[in-house]
Write a protein that binds this ligand. Sequence first.
Ligand SMILES: [Zn+2]
Length: 292
Amino acid sequence: MPLVCGHEFSGRVIDAGDDVTGLNIGDLVTVPPLIPCNACDRCREGQFSLCQDYDYFGSRRDGAYTEVVLSPASNVLKVPDGVDPVAAAMTDPAAIALHALRKTKLTIGSTAAVVGAGPIGLFAIQFARLAGATTIVALDVSDAKLAMARQAGADAVFFDATDALDEYPDGFDVVFESAGVSVAENAAVRLCAPQGDAVFVGIPLTDVPISVDNYSHFLRQEVSLHGSWNSFSAPWPGTEWTDTLHLFASGQLTWQFMVTHDLPVTEVPRMMQALADRSEHSSKVIFRPVAS
Ligand SMILES: [Zn+2]
């Protein structure tokens, strides 16, 4: 406190510095939340997600649960025509899914499993389809989230890895994990086909023990495990962002079905409490600014 949270957002330009070019008042823009230092070794390599001295909207500087956000012009990304402002605010979670999938060998004809059907997993399902995956399944412990996975295009949905492997005993070429809990990490490892890839996006809050059986599967089947962090590449902010925006503009990437709440920003405290209590189903929660 008193930092303003909120790091996935879009807005319209209301003012710009005298030396800013390429932006006009009224332009719809989205803002990559990480501000790279552009000086460390990782930044020099174009690995902005791994910047060693970054700033960040909503955790290290004021974010978007407010009316007006001040950003360096280099973090302001103009949104193509035809993209809804709500979609533009969802560019970050979509780009995170794309950044992670690009670490795998996903290609035309791949089979894929997505473990965890929150917004990032729902985008991963769609990107896997766009990349040419023939079979895509989703796993989650929530019926409501599995219903959304179907809407995202999953061919089949399951509550756990055992059920999925009953139907798909060969496993999956690519597994995308976005739940961040031990049962999901174990499922992701076990669901990999021989020499399959798993990429981990979910952030666990406790230790992640791996069962001896799943560890053995990792060894004997020569599974590759990838960590993935943030959503950026060179040139800044990366094709994860620009490709996502173009797919929103063309309608190939859908988002409307994920929005479970569309609320004034004054509802942030109540909604955060509801999320903590798990007292109502939610996927993507949109907060709109309220003029003061
Ligand atoms: Zn850096």
